[in-house]
Design a binder for this molecule. Structure first.
Ligand code: BGC
Length: 396
């Protein structure tokens, strides 16, 4: 609609184009939308430019329940608006595949479903909080018990647009944490699993972004080239799938988009990292990806990055205390390397438990700047959600 409007305005001003045929207002939009929905979708270019993100039912339910349990009515009213923000749905176990179809079948034609592929064997090899259900090396189960059933569901919905983030943190961990035994044990399964996912999910109605950590991770001078090489190698091993558009960054992260000077610019080691905000990161890593032979467009998680100055160290990742919901999903980014700001981590779901006796307790979730108490990763933390709403920028 926007494109049509500006084309009309442009032709009226310049008179250079042939007079457009009369356009009906209103009804034609509905007809066009129905027509689009009745035919298979082929995604190319920025998939977010003409589509908003579907607000999935799972997160909406959590948010609606959370708002209903609030006693402060103005906070509840603000909180309930979060249910309308299109947020990624994480398929973090085989059991979770059960909700995928229900979150595809009602996606309106002018929207895009957004989901995260996240169940690699030996998942979260450099931390404990998100260790997954599949043991390192069990790539066979990942392929046949996880990826294949998801692909089968997606194939039933060729008329629905789908954006996927592929395996947050996995390849970045192989770049920077290869000294850890756990990451060594996971490495070949990650590479084979991600390549398999990219190959099998390469359907016309799907667009994929491979996770690339964030500026405080692969943005260090010494990590840029190895990082680009790691991602590009897996991409090429998958046969350079057409539907890979580039990378996701700042997933479940806290970095500001274009804060300058960057949040950690005064740290003693700052001279070794030029990527002090995510904008610089995607514009620096993007060209590296290009020269390594991989598409280089990015989507950036702005779900929880409203408040800066909270982390003691750049690498602190668990339930950062004082955080607020950030900029809403939009394809207006102001960067030729950024397709969209998106909400990937569902705000209110924990990053990891603060229970020191839990198997998946990670010491990062016990740090001074981490909110406590916090439940297991992925489960709801009401108090944390309330703080995200209160600290949101822009406000709800
Ligand atoms: C957890 C997943 C969860 C996701 C979204 C991750 O940290 O490990 O289980 O689905 O966050 O909340």
């Amino acid at each position: 609609m926007k494109g049509l409007y500006s084309a009309l305005v442009a032709s009226a001003i310049t008179g250079a184009l042939a007079a457009p045929s009369p356009v009906e207002q209103g009804p034609i939009t509905a007809r066009a939308a129905n027509a689009a929905c009745a035919t298979p979708v082929t995604l190319s270019g920025n998939p977010f430019a003409s589509r908003s993100i579907y607000a999935n039912k799972e997160y909406s339910k959590e948010v609606v329940a959370a708002a209903a349990s609030m006693t402060d009515s103005s906070l509840a009213a603000a909180a309930s608006k979060v249910a309308n923000v299109g947020t990624f749905l994480w398929i973090d176990t085989r059991a979770r595949i059960a909700v995928v179809e229900d979150n595809l079948k009602d996606v309106p034609c002018d929207q895009i479903a957004a989901q995260v592929i996240y169940d690699l064997p030996g998942r979260d090899c450099a931390a404990k909080a998100s260790n997954g259900e599949l043991a390192a090396g069990d790539v066979a189960t990942y392929k046949t018990g996880y990826i294949d059933p998801i692909v089968a569901i997606y194939k039933k919905y060729p008329n629905t647009a789908i954006a996927l983030i592929i395996e947050p943190d996995s390849l970045p961990n192989l770049v920077t944490n290869s000294k850890l035994q756990t990451c060594q044990d996971s490495a070949s399964g990650y590479r084979e699993g991600v390549a398999y996912a990219l190959k099998q999910l390469n359907l016309p109605n799907i667009i994929m972004y491979i996770d690339a950590g964030h500026g405080g991770w692969l943005g260090w001078n010494d990590n840029l080239k190895p990082g680009a090489k790691e991602l590009a190698t897996v991409y090429k091993n998958a046969g350079s799938p057409k539907q890979v558009r580039g990378i996701s960054t700042n997933v479940a992260g806290w970095n500001a988009w274009d804060l300058s000077p960057g949040e950690f610019s005064k740290a003693t080691d700052a001279q070794w990292n030029k990527c002090q905000n995510e904008k610089i990161y995607v514009e620096t890593f993007g060209p590296e990806l290009k020269s390594a032979g991989m598409p280089s467009m990015a989507i950036i998680d702005t779900g929880r990055n409203a408040v800066t100055g909270l982390r003691k160290e750049w690498g602190d990742w668990c339930n950062v205390n004082g955080a607020g919901f950030g900029v809403r999903p939009t394809s207006t980014t102001g960067s030729s390397y950024a397709d969209a700001f998106v909400w990937v981590k569902p705000g209110g779901e924990s990053d990891g438990t603060s229970d020191t006796s839990a198997t998946r307790y990670d010491s990062y979730c016990g740090k001074d700047d981490a909110f406590k108490p916090a439940p297991e990763a992925g489960t709801w933390n009401q108090a944390y959600f309330e703080a995200l709403v209160k600290n949101a920028k822009p406000a709800f």
